[in-house]
Design a protein around this ligand. Sequence first.
Ligand SMILES: Nc1nc2c(ncn2[C@@H]2O[C@H](COP(=O)(O)OP(=O)(O)OP(=O)(O)O)[C@@H](O)[C@H]2O)c(=O)[nH]1
Ligand SMILES: [Mg+2]
Length: 446
Amino acid sequence: MKETICLNFGKAGFTLGGQLWKLYCIEHSIDLEGNYYGTQKSIEMQGFYKPTKEKKYIPRSIFFDNEDDSLEELQKMGTSKLFSERNVMYGQTPSTKLFCNSLIDQEEMDKYFNCLLKNVEECSNVSEFLFFHSAGGGFSSGFFSQFTEQCVEQFGKKFMCNFTIIPDFDLAEKEYELINTVLCFPTIIEKMSLSLLFENKVLASKCKNISNLDLPTYSQMNELILQPISSLTTYNRFPNQYNLNCHEFLSGLQCYPSIHFPVLNHYPLISTKEKTEKMQVSEEDLTFNVYNPKNCFQNISFGDGYFVNAKLYYRGEIEINKMKQAIAKLQNTNYNKFVNWVPNVYRAGVCEEPPSYSSEGLLTGVKKNVTALTDHGAMKNVFKDMIEKVDKLLKTNLMDNYYQKGIDQDQFLDAVEKLKTLYLDYDELCKNEIGDDLSEDDYEDF
Ligand SMILES: Nc1nc2c(ncn2[C@@H]2O[C@H](COP(=O)(O)OP(=O)(O)OP(=O)(O)O)[C@@H](O)[C@H]2O)c(=O)[nH]1
Ligand SMILES: [Mg+2]
């Protein structure tokens, strides 16, 4: 048995985490009080759920915040009885707003960390930790970084993956969301095995395109990312011979450990308002449409740079032969889109369990879908956007105010440098040649 532990930080973590577990419960036939009503082999669910003597299934999921209003998010969506009370920890302080305001002393941190240790003790062999948060919040940048550093120190060899919401900096109330985001990036760059970024600007525009919503709620925006996250976690929930484990994504670029921010695409996401014909998709439709820019979760274009690593996670009633034919066709079409120092190979996995959907949501149920993770140079544009905004901010005197409020100037400038180095690492991937310090031998496991 290999277990997964989920860690959710701050308001966005509570909301996204609560919604995700609600979906997992539908997928595993577990009601919101943890009672099982399905036919799946219970042993297969134990990677994500802890069974109790009372025959309940408790999510291996922990929630942390400094304020109690996040708890309301779980109550509003009816999931407050699903989680163990011990696993929902919150303080009584007001919103911390800034990275530095949420840092706590070791004694207090131990209280939070003990909660994780207790969860780990209940597992036979934890294989991964998944982190859910928004980089813009004070708590979910500062506390997240502090907690994660300790987690990596203690369980460094385990697979660590963050699902991070990137605020829309043009809409963000204050520049502090940008500052918080930059400050939590060193932890993400240096400590994570795999990092999935979801830009709020892209989520809002998808809500407009899919459901014609001008002012979507956070829950509606989150709903769009539940499907890809669910697909990427099926290998430990619905194990079968065709699964592709997310851990295998790691590109093997030995001299670029920071290259772990794949571009994420998912297809289809169909509004409940659409006609049902749209729900019939072939293996070829899935394979070709998923790479369409409008199905991408980052604001980038695959025209800018080359593929280094491409994985496809199919879900539902997939005909394996048709899928293989579609991938072969894609490979022929895109033979020149990979850097010339890797074989242009797409790797695919299938979870036979079809996707599930909440009956109250924006999306209608399709029987099959596909999620694509791609290492691609164009990801540099996500970092470029942040760097340009920070450079602009640094030219003003606004930062002085934040330094006075406790932001550490050296730490901030160092974080900006790390973001710039990350940009340059991705920029290197845009060149269709092997860098001076990179040889074909450095590229393994493809
Ligand atoms: N997509 C999405 N974005 C969210 C959600 N909740 C908050 N955000 C965004 O995340 C940022 C704020 O993060 P929060 O999680 O509210 O902050 P926090 O960690 O609670 O931190 P503080 O309250 O500042 O201590 C803002 O940019 C919000 O727009 C959510 O459920 N989904
Ligand atoms: Mg908060």
